[in-house]
Design a protein around this ligand. Structure first.
Ligand SMILES: [Zn+2]
Length: 576
C-alpha cells in the first residue's frame, strides 16, 4: 500500500470534514449532510458518505475524497494536504518528497520562515530588550501566560535581526522576498525587517499554522499603528479570521461567534473565558471570511468599538454578514467601552449575559438611522427607510424579510403599506434561483445493484461474474459505471470508491454520487442477499420480456399463415 492509500485508510472523512462543517447524520446509514462550505446555501446539499469516504455537493457539484476536501478547504496543494492530514493524525510522512512541486516547496519555505520569525519575536519579548513591550502588555492587563498562549512577540527595532536569522538558515532571496517578512532595500542590495519595534501577533490559518503577523506600534510616533503581513503564497487575508483555529470548537458548541475588531479585543475576551471570539485581521470583513464563519455557526454577535470608525465598520460588516445568510445581532457596551475594556471592568459573566441578550441588527441600524435623520419630518423618515432597506433586502429568507419590514415600519413610524410595497417590488427582482431539473428516473434495481457492489470486495467476488456477461447490463442507464466497476474489480479488487469516481466522466460522476447518496436504499438487508435478489429479479425481468417478445412473434406468425412457426414458438413459450 502506498503512503497516500495508507493515510486515507487511517483517517475518517466524516471526522475530517466535521472539523470544518457541521454535519448531521442522515438516517441510520453511513450518510451525513450539512451546509456546503464551498457555496452559499440555506438548506444542506452537501453530503459525506462514510463507507465510501467520499463527499459531494449537489448544489455546486464539488466532490472527492478526503484529500480533495482538505486541498479545497485549506487551499493547499496535494502534497500539503497530505502532510497536514498526516501530521494531524500522527502518521510519519515518508522522507522521499515525491509529491512536492516548486510552488509547494516555496510555500513550505515561507511557512518555515514564519515559524522561525515567531520564535525570534517571542525570544525578543522575553529578553532584555522586551521590557517596554512587556510593560505595555502589563498595562493592558495581558498576563504573561496569555501572551504565551497567543504567541505574542516583539520585532526588534534595528531592522536586521530577523533578516539575519533567515539568511543564516539559508533561504534564497526569492524566498525571502515572497515571505512578506522582510523588505528589499531601495538602494544597494539586501533586505531588512518589515516589522521593527512592534508588538507582534501571530496570525494562524484554520488548521493552526502561522501564516502571517499583525504588528502593533509601541511608540506613539510610529506609523501606522497596526502593520500587517502583506498577501503571500500562504496568507490570503480575505479568508482569514484571527483566532478562529482556537475559537472554532466553542463556536460550534455555543452556536455563535462573537466578532470583534482587534487582536487585543480577541485576547481580552478570550482570556476572560469567553472563547467563541474572532476578529477580522486588519481588513474590512469580506464574504470569504463570512463563509468560513458560517461553516461553524449561522449566528454572529457583532461587537465593535463604540467610536464612529467602529460603528461604520459594524455597518459595513453587517451588510456582508447578511448577504451570506448569517443571523446577526449587535452588541453595544455601555460606557463607551470596547470589548477588552469591558470584560476587564465588568467581568466575563456580565459580558456573556450582554452577548446573549444582544438585539437583532435591525434595531441597531434603526437607531443609527434615527440618529442620522430627522424622524419628526416625513422626509427624514423616508430617508431613514432608504438607509435601512438595503440591509433588509440582504436577508435571504422571505418570511424573515417580511417580518422585519413590519418591525421596520412600526419602529420608524412609517405607514406599513409603503414599506410592504417596496418589498414586493424588490421581491419580484430577486427570485430565488431555480432548482436544477430533476434527473430522469433510474430503475431501483440498477441503483440497488450498484450500491451492493460497492459495499465490499466479497459481494463483488460473488456477483460480478454472474452479472458481467448479461445483456441487460448494456441497457442500464449506469452501464458505463457498471463496466468501470467490473474492470476495476479485475485489476484492483480492493479499489476505493474515489478510484471508481475518478474514472468516470462528469455526467456519470453526478449519477454515481446521486446513487450512493440516495436515501431510499438504506436497509437492514444483508448486501449479498440483496444483490442475489436483484440478480433474480433481473433474470425474471429478462424472462418476462423474452416471453412477451415470443407472444408477439406467435401472433405475427399466425397472421402471416405460418402455422408451423407459430406452433414451434408456442411450444418454446410454454417451456419457459
Ligand atoms: Zn456546494
Amino acid at each position: 500500500m502506498d503512503f497516500v492509500e495508507q493515510l486515507k485508510s487511517s483517517v475518517d472523512i466524516v471526522k475530517v470534514v466535521g472539523e470544518y462543517v457541521k454535519l448531521r447524520r442522515a438516517g441510520a446509514g453511513p450518510r451525513y449532510s450539512g451546509l456546503c462550505p464551498f457555496h452559499t446555501e440555506k438548506t444542506p446539499s452537501f453530503s459525506v458518505h462514510q463507507t465510501h469516504q467520499f463527499y459531494k455537493c449537489f448544489g455546486c457539484g464539488v466532490g472527492g475524497d478526503v484529500l480533495n476536501f482538505v486541498m479545497e478547504i485549506e487551499r493547499l496543494s496535494f502534497y500539503e494536504a497530505l502532510k497536514l492530514l498526516a501530521e494531524r493524525n500522527g502518521i510519519p510522512m515518508p522522507k522521499r518528497a515525491d509529491y512536492s512541486d516548486e510552488e509547494t516547496k516555496q510555500r513550505a519555505a515561507i511557512q518555515r520562515m514564519h515559524e522561525i520569525a515567531e520564535e525570534a519575536f517571542r525570544q525578543n519579548l522575553n529578553g532584555p530588550g522586551g521590557r517596554e513591550a512587556r510593560d505595555y502588555l502589563a498595562r493592558r492587563g495581558v498576563a504573561p501566560a496569555v501572551a504565551e498562549e497567543f504567541g505574542l512577540g516583539l520585532a526588534e527595532r534595528s531592522g536586521q535581526d530577523l533578516t539575519r536569522r533567515l539568511e543564516r538558515e539559508g533561504f534564497s532571496s526569492d524566498q525571502l522576498e515572497s515571505s512578506g517578512l522582510v523588505l528589499k532595500r531601495q538602494e544597494g542590495t539586501g533586505f531588512f525587517d518589515r516589522f521593527r519595534g512592534r508588538l507582534m501577533f501571530p496570525i494562524h490559518g484554520e488548521s493552526g499554522k502561522i501564516i502571517g503577523f499583525g504588528g502593533r506600534a509601541l511608540k506613539a510616533e510610529d506609523e501606522p499603528k497596526y502593520l500587517n503581513s502583506p498577501e503571500t503564497p500562504i496568507y490570503r487575508k480575505s479568508y482569514v479570521l484571527y483566532n478562529l483555529h482556537r475559537a472554532k470548537e466553542t463556536i460550534r458548541k455555543a452556536d455563535r461567534t462573537i466578532l470583534v475588531e482587534g487582536y487585543m479585543d480577541v485576547i481580552g475576551v478570550w482570556a476572560a473565558g469567553v472563547r467563541e471570539v474572532v476578529a477580522s485581521c486588519g481588513t474590512a470583513l469580506g464574504s470569504p471570511q463570512v463563509k468560513t464563519l458560517k461553516r461553524h455557526s449561522d449566528n454572529v454577535v457583532v461587537n465593535f468599538d463604540p467610536d464612529t470608525a467602529g460603528a461604520n465598520a459594524a455597518e459595513r460588516s453587517i451588510g456582508v454578514l447578511l448577504e451570506e445568510g448569517m443571523r446577526v445581532r449587535v452588541l453595544e457596551l455601555e460606557g463607551g467601552l470596547d470589548p477588552d475594556e469591558y470584560v476587564k471592568s465588568e467581568g466575563a459573566e456580565k459580558y456573556r449575559e450582554k452577548s446573549d441578550k444582544a438585539p437583532g441588527y435591525f434595531y441597531w441600524l434603526a437607531d443609527r438611522a434615527g440618529a442620522k435623520f430627522d424622524m419628526r419630518t416625513s422626509e427624514g423618515r423616508v430617508r431613514a427607510l432608504q438607509f435601512l432597506l438595503p440591509a433588509v433586502h440582504r436577508v435571504a429568507d422571505k418570511l424573515e424579510r417580511a417580518a422585519i419590514a413590519g418591525d421596520l415600519a412600526a419602529h420608524l413610524g412609517i405607514e406599513q403599506g409603503m414599506v410592504l410595497d417596496h418589498f414586493r417590488r424588490a421581491a419580484a427582482e430577486r427570485r430565488d434561483q431555480p432548482m436544477k431539473a430533476p434527473q430522469e428516473p433510474l430503475r431501483p434495481l440498477e441503483k440497488m445493484l450498484l450500491n451492493t457492489l460497492l459495499v465490499s470486495r466479497e459481494v463483488r467476488g460473488e456477483i460480478v461474474p454472474k452479472l458481467k456477461g448479461r445483456p441487460e447490463v448494456e441497457q442500464f442507464r449506469m452501464r458505463r459505471i457498471f463496466q468501470a466497476v467490473f474492470s476495476l474489480h479485475e485489476s484492483r479488487p480492493d479499489f476505493q470508491f474515489s478510484e471508481l469516481e475518478a474514472r468516470m466522466e462528469e455526467r456519470d460522476k453526478a449519477l454515481l454520487a446521486s446513487v450512493i447518496f440516495a436515501d431510499d436504499l438504506q436497509g437492514e438487508n444483508n448486501p449479498l442477499d440483496l444483490a442475489h435478489a436483484c440478480l433474480r429479479k433481473l433474470e425474471e425481468d429478462a424472462r418476462q420480456s423474452r416471453k412477451s417478445e415470443l407472444r408477439t412473434r406467435v401472433k405475427d406468425a399466425e397472421r402471416s399463415g405460418d402455422m408451423a412457426e407459430a406452433m414451434r414458438l408456442t411450444e418454446e413459450l410454454s417451456g419457459m
